[in-house]
Ligand binder design. Structure first.
Ligand SMILES: *Cc1c(COP(=O)(O)O)cnc(C)c1O
Length: 423
């Protein structure tokens, strides 16, 4: 009997999924995990590798969809969590970590004079949208087609990832009256934004993933984000950068530092929790001062600012500051992967630092419509071959793939070889 059989009583993934299907809708806790015919169940993870209950070792290029920039179970982050555990893990009172972590996040992001911690990225965007409405006293929001901001009513309109794959761009159960307040524009199209904002005067905010991460990466064209900034400013519309993926992923300070564009509000999540649940929203002081209890825009949460997530997040961000070369090194790895691919094929490789993806479309997509043109069948075949080669990439063609500090040179050569053989 091997180690994995001992730990779960020897129940294989196929059987666990049979049980899960009877108790959990679709057998999974989040739609994108519903791999056919059944998902593998992970028993443990370390560095860049996942070990399944079936005894398989996968090289992981999903990295929990973004949070794990130092890989799985990093010792320094584990230690921070353990040290906090010893002191308790939920108090219902402020902890010293909150002002310290808020200072760190605020100093790193030009667009975040003040910050409020919440428990997920979805919660952060929900609160940021309410705050934008409270501040501007306007009702509508604009989002980007294919932009994903979590699973709440206002933004579940042609969302990326799970929603796109499942073919339900609009969820059932959302009143038409709510979605009527959400307008959309194509990414990389400043003219569309300009004409929409010119035509309507009840728009509170434009919320955008500066780099589309949930159908991508789809990269911003040269001056797109700068234009977005000046157009929103001219129309008195708040600009919300949803940096839940890009925050600390494309560099310290996220996309707002990388592209030199200062939003009015910013949402964070994923990496800032070091692998534990977290979200944050922040922005200009005069806007943030409207958040309760300082102001009239209500926002609250039992687990907000919980010490375990903050401890793991602080350890992660400290480590990023101490290892700034990491971003350069990770960029070098995806560049090497890119350059190793033969050009005369049907796909395109898009990358930004440690974010990357092979699109089954001859030219890199510039927006949601072009992403939808990708060959889904070809992706499915590719995905199965990669799994066969021991490499786990997200099971949806719409998700970004990630590298981490834990991916070694050896992992990179295995990955390179797999890309050459599986496409
Ligand atoms: C993941 C993600 C969210 C949602 O965060 P959760 O923690 O899953 O609720 C929101 N916006 C973006 C850009 C994301 O990538």
């Amino acid at each position: 009997m091997n180690r994995s059989e001992k730990m779960n009583g020897g129940v294989p993934s196929s059987e666990l999924f049979e049980l899960a299907k009877t108790l959990i809708p679709g057998g999974v806790s989040s739609p994108v995990r519903a791999i056919k015919p059944y998902p593998f169940y992970t028993e443990r993870a370390e560095g860049a590798h996942l070990k399944t209950v079936d005894g398989t070792d996968f090289l992981d290029c999903c990295m929990a969809y973004g949070p794990l920039i130092f890989g799985h179970a990093h010792p320094a982050i584990r230690k921070a969590i353990q040290e906090q555990l010893e002191r308790g893990w939920l108090y219902g009172t402020p902890t010293p970590l909150e002002p310290l972590f808020a200072k760190r996040v605020s100093q790193d992001h030009p667009g975040m004079d003040m910050v409020r911690f919440v428990s997920s990225g979805s919660e952060a965007t929900m609160a940021a949208i309410r705050l934008a409405r409270g501040f501007t006293r306007k009702n509508d929001i604009v989002k980007v087609e294919g932009g994903f901001h979590g699973a709440h009513d206002a933004v579940l309109v042609k969302a990326g990832s799970g929603a796109t794959t499942m073919g339900v761009p609009d969820s059932a159960g959302i009143p038409a009256g709510i979605v009527a307040h959400t307008r959309q524009v194509p990414y990389n199209d400043p003219e569309a934004l300009e004409s929409l904002l010119s035509a309507h005067n009840d728009i509170a905010a434009f919320i955008i993933e500066p780099v589309l991460g949930n159908i991508g990466p789809v990269l911003p064209q040269d001056t797109y984000l700068q234009k977005v900034r000046s157009i929103t400013k001219a129309h008195d519309v708040l600009l919300i950068f949803d940096e839940v993926i890009t925050g600390y992923r494309v560099g310290i300070g996220g996309a707002q530092v990388k592209y030199g564009v200062k939003p009015d509000l910013t949402t964070l999540g994923k990496i800032i929790g070091g692998g534990l649940p977290i979200g944050a929203f922040g922005g200009r002081r005069e806007i943030m001062e409207l958040v309760a209890p300082q102001g009239p825009v209500y926002q609250a949460g039992t687990f907000s600012g919980n010490p375990l997530s903050l401890a793991a997040g602080m350890a992660t961000i400290d480590r990023l500051h101490a290892n700034r070369n990491l971003y350069h090194d990770l960029d070098g790895m995806t560049r090497a992967l890119d350059e190793s691919l033969v050009r005369h094929d049907q796909g395109s490789f898009v990358r930004l630092g440690s974010m990357f993806k092979y699109f089954f479309r001859s030219l890199p997509p510039q927006n949601y419509r072009e992403v939808k043109e990708c060959d889904t069948e070809a992706f499915q075949i590719f995905w199965k071959r990669m799994m066969g080669a021991g490499i786990f990439i997200p099971p949806s063609q719409y998700e970004t793939n990630f590298l981490s500090a834990a991916h070694s040179d050896n992992d990179l050569s295995i990955l390179t070889q797999a890309y050459q053989q599986c496409r």
